[in-house]
Write a protein that binds this ligand. Structure first.
Ligand SMILES: N[C@@H](CCC(=O)N[C@@H](CS)C(=O)NCC(=O)O)C(=O)O
Length: 193
């Protein structure tokens, strides 16, 4: 078996796939695209990461890669048991990837103090929602699933790349982030603020 992940260290979507690979104890090698994207483009016909080369098969997009890995390597499932909970888990994954990500990206792009303030306003609504959601809650479905992972990698990016900390008022959210950090023990935590 040979698995190569075309990736970059800092991409939140690549972090998401690395967490899944680690949870399932699947050995893999990485190809960092930052110095040169050409091998990625030659292999996948497009520019976005993550891309997985699974024994020569090309799988693109963190959501599809994760679902593919779950099917091939069902140990330590990344989804909750039960069809309805799995549906909700996939919805939360999509929300984190598509909605929360927009607010996080606005932050990364903010170059002036004014723009940063605007970005802060934009993400505050999500902090409040998540703080409410994580009141008295640890893992969303009682064990770590893709819903936790997808939300965590977006917010973790704020600490590692944007150098921004979630305001202390959001205690439940911060407690959940700490619990996730302790559970995951990610190498990227070494660069956390
Ligand atoms: N929906 C995709 C998003 C992937 C994505 O946006 N990747 C970014 C890095 S975080 C990228 O490769 N951007 C380069 C580009 O658009 O050329 C996923 O979940 O994998």
């Amino acid at each position: 078996m040979s698995i190569k992940l075309y990736q970059s260290e800092t991409s939140m979507y690549c972090e998401k796939v690395r967490v899944v690979l680690r949870m399932k104890n699947i050995p893999y090698e990485v190809s960092d695209v930052r110095p040169n994207r050409q091998p990625l483009i030659d292999f996948s016909g497009q520019r976005k990461i993550p891309v997985m080369d699974h024994n020569g098969q090309c799988v693109i997009d963190s959501t599809f890669i994760s679902a593919f890995l779950e099917e091939k390597y069902p140990q330590n499932s990344i989804y909750p048991k039960g069809a309805s909970d799995k549906g909700l888990c996939l919805m939360l994954e999509d929300w984190a990837d598509e909605v929360l990500n927009l607010a996080v990206r606005a932050f990364r792009r903010a170059e002036t103090p004014e723009a940063r303030k605007e970005a802060e306003k934009g993400i505050e609504i999500h902090f409040r929602t998540l703080d409410q959601f994580f009141t008295g809650k640890q893992f969303i479905f009682g064990q770590m699933t893709m819903a936790d992972i997808a939300i965590f990698v977006q917010l973790h990016y704020l600490y590692t790349v944007v150098k921004y900390e979630i305001p202390a008022a959001h205690k439940n959210l911060i407690a959940w982030m700490d619990m996730m950090r302790q559970s995951l023990k990610l190498p990227s935590l070494d660069v956390a603020a």
